[in-house]
Design a protein around this ligand. Structure first.
Ligand code: FAD
Ligand code: NAP
Length: 535
């Protein structure tokens, strides 16, 4: 498919699980590809986020590729929720096994992508000064790869170390004996806080919003469970893809009120003790649609917090009351709430006393000074759209992607954008992405893109773009499905609320993996209905 002007078939930006599989899949179709990755190596999320306590929150046996049975068979996970280091080792094993690194330029951040209508090709440039042209551009840039780094007044004056969970130092960074402050209590803060507390002389946690977190109950994988899955791993993969979150189904009833009060309480308690992906809110199908059902789960967790945390003031600050449970991403932890009983841990409730400034040796709130040697930012990401905007993507007529998305991201199936021909977004906004087991979502996207490119090859087409009407219909569908849930009620990164000036819009498709995958198949089966294909 390579053209006369030496352009290649596809440029793939990002070498996380999305980019790696895209390179493998397109290469196995005989296409010429180039990958660009800002990091030094593969792994994406798992390369960058090497903070203490980082782990997956989908069970390891499911949080892996399913495209090759031999790969499934040969890789063994040691824990129910693998550590960052183990997931990264897996990514590196995949890169090695399929010789992916040969096709990737590392330490190469893409800073410009421009569609050339005459040449029907993308021109892509990197910060290293290289320019490459390709028929297709695949943005495997991740949903959670552009950090949100708050600009606190006086931060430049701080004389100690400033660390970010999303770019933790790769060499061992010893926190022993140090006075550490962690800002942020989302999944990254909640995973790292208990581990940092064990090392630091003193840990101060700066919490803006209390979050719901549930015990992960991490442990070695039960041998009999693993044996059962390994007896038919591909069958297990097919089975989990029938479930909304593309991982093991844990829903026990349609409604929380299908059970008596005692039965419901016992079910919550059992789930609390067993832990696992999604936790208590996944027990009942109506947890995220019925306020009353949601409140039952929230009430149970609030009671647990009050039972675990000793100090009444800390208990009150740690108790979430401003959003339905799981409408901000639910967190899984190990000993998070109990950490606040340690004598070397202080909780600062920023809702009561906001951070005013940082000085050479301390963080200052409205009511106190907190002397620190290290500040850790666990402040999240400019999620979903941030990485795409940062690439300076210009489509037909020079339109920038931020112009096209001025009122929030508009995509066809989260895979393509009207006005941006031959651009594919892996787990883009408008797809299940962050609501499901993401490696499963990535595989489904890459397979769909590969099949479309193959179809174009067979039919002699060189340009593909969604029709505006089809895209609008999908945007409406994504909104309709989200509006039927409680998700829009929370101030969350799902809605873009964490980034000043970002348009508010629920960015993921919450109808579940199976319904979404079926829709993608329907589009393909109907000869790619909704897409404009031309030569
Ligand atoms: P990423 O892994 O984010 O990779 C994108 C890559 O693109 C990055 O390496 C980045 O450097 C590169 N890139 C971006 N822009 C550019 C550019 N302009 N030029 C060059 N390179 C660029 N999901 C789950 O399903 N289960 C989990 O348990 C889970 N745990 C998570 C834990 C953490 C700490 C975080 C942050 C996310 C977690 N996620 C989890 C979501 C996770 O991001 C996905 O599961 C998955 O790893 C995403 O893979 P990806 O390839 O799409 O994106
Ligand atoms: P996050 O969920 O967005 O949490 C960021 C935290 O920082 C929030 O508590 C936020 O408070 C706070 N914050 C942001 N700006 C602040 C400021 N200026 N001052 C004070 N506090 C501020 O980010 P994250 O924890 O990195 O997680 C992001 C996503 O990555 C997760 O939701 C999940 O999808 C994924 N992840 C998964 C795991 C896992 O368990 N496997 C681990 C880490 C990350 P507000 O809530 O008030 O905005």
């Amino acid at each position: 498919m390579t053209g006369q002007d030496n352009r290649i078939d596809a440029i793939i930006v990002g070498a996380g699980f999305g980019g790696m599989y895209a390179i493998h899949r397109l290469r196995s179709m005989g296409l010429t590809v180039r990958g660009f990755e800002a990091a030094e190596d593969v792994g994406g999320t798992w390369w960058w986020n090497c903070y203490p306590g980082a782990r997956c929150d989908v069970e390891s046996l499911d949080y892996c590729y399913g495209f090759d049975e031999a790969l499934l068979d040969e890789w063994h996970w040691s824990e129910r929720f693998a550590t960052q280091a183990e997931v990264l080792r897996y990514a590196m094993h995949v890169a090695e096994r399929y010789r992916l690194r040969d096709h990737i330029t590392f330490n190469a951040r893409v800073d410009g992508c421009t569609w050339d209508e005459d040449a029907q090709a993308w021109t892509v440039s990197t910060e290293l000064g290289e320019t490459v042209r390709a028929r297709f551009l695949i943005a495997a840039t991740g949903c959670l790869s552009k950090p949100n780094r708050p600009d606190l007044h006086g931060l430049d004056d701080f004389a100690g170390d400033i660390l970010f969970t999303q770019a933790w130092p790769r060499e061992v960074f010893d926190l022993s004996g140090k006075r550490v402050g962690v800002i942020g209590t989302g999944s990254s803060g909640i995973q790292s806080i208990p581990v940092i507390a064990q090392k630091a002389a003193h840990l101060t946690v700066f919490q803006r919003t209390a979050n719901f977190t549930l015990p992960a109950v991490n442990r070695p994988i039960f041998a009999d469970y693993e044996a059962e899955i390994r007896a038919d791993y591909l069958g297990h993969r097919r089975e989990i893809l029938q479930n909304k979150a593309a991982t093991v189904k844990q829903t026990i009833a349609e409604s929380a009120f299908d059970l008596s009060d005692d039965e419901r309480e016992a079910a919550y308690e059992d789930k609390w003790q067993r832990g696992g992906a999604g936790g208590i809110p996944v027990l009942f199908a109506d947890s995220l649609t019925s306020p009353a059902s949601n409140e039952e789960a929230a009430r149970f967790v609030r009671r647990k917090i009050s039972e675990i945390v000793d100090d009444p003031e800390a208990t009150e600050s740690l108790t979430p009351r401003d959003h339905p449970i799981a409408t901000k991403r639910i967190c899984l932890d190990t000993d998070y709430y109990a950490t606040f009983n340690r004598p070397n841990v202080t909780l600062v409730d920023l809702k009561k006393t906001p951070i005013e400034r940082v000085s050479e040796g301390a963080v200052h709130t409205a009511s106190a000074d907190y002397p620190l040697d290290v500040i850790v930012f666990a402040t999240g990401f400019d999620a979903m759209t941030g990485p795409l905007r940062a690439m300076n993507v210009r489509g037909a007529d020079g339109m920038k992607i931020e112009q096209a998305w001025a009122d929030g991201p508009r995509t066809f199936l989260g895979l393509m954008v009207a006005g941006f021909p031959n651009l594919f977004t892996i787990t883009g906004p408008g797809s299940p992405s962050v609501m499901v087991n993401m490696i499963a979502a990535i595989e489904q996207h890459v397979n769909w893109i590969a099949a479309l490119i193959d179809h174009m090859r067979e039919t002699g087409k060189t340009r593909v773009e969604p029709q505006a009407a089809a895209q609008e219909a999908w945007v409406d569908e994504v909104r309709r499905v989200a509006d039927a849930t409680l998700f829009p009620l929370a101030n969350s990164w799902y809605n873009g609320d964490n980034i000043a000036g970002k348009p508010r819009m629920f960015m993921a498709y919450v109808g579940g993996y199976p319904a979404y995958a079926e829709r993608c198949e329907e589009v393909a089966g109907a000869g790619y209905a909704g897409l404009e294909l031309s030569a």
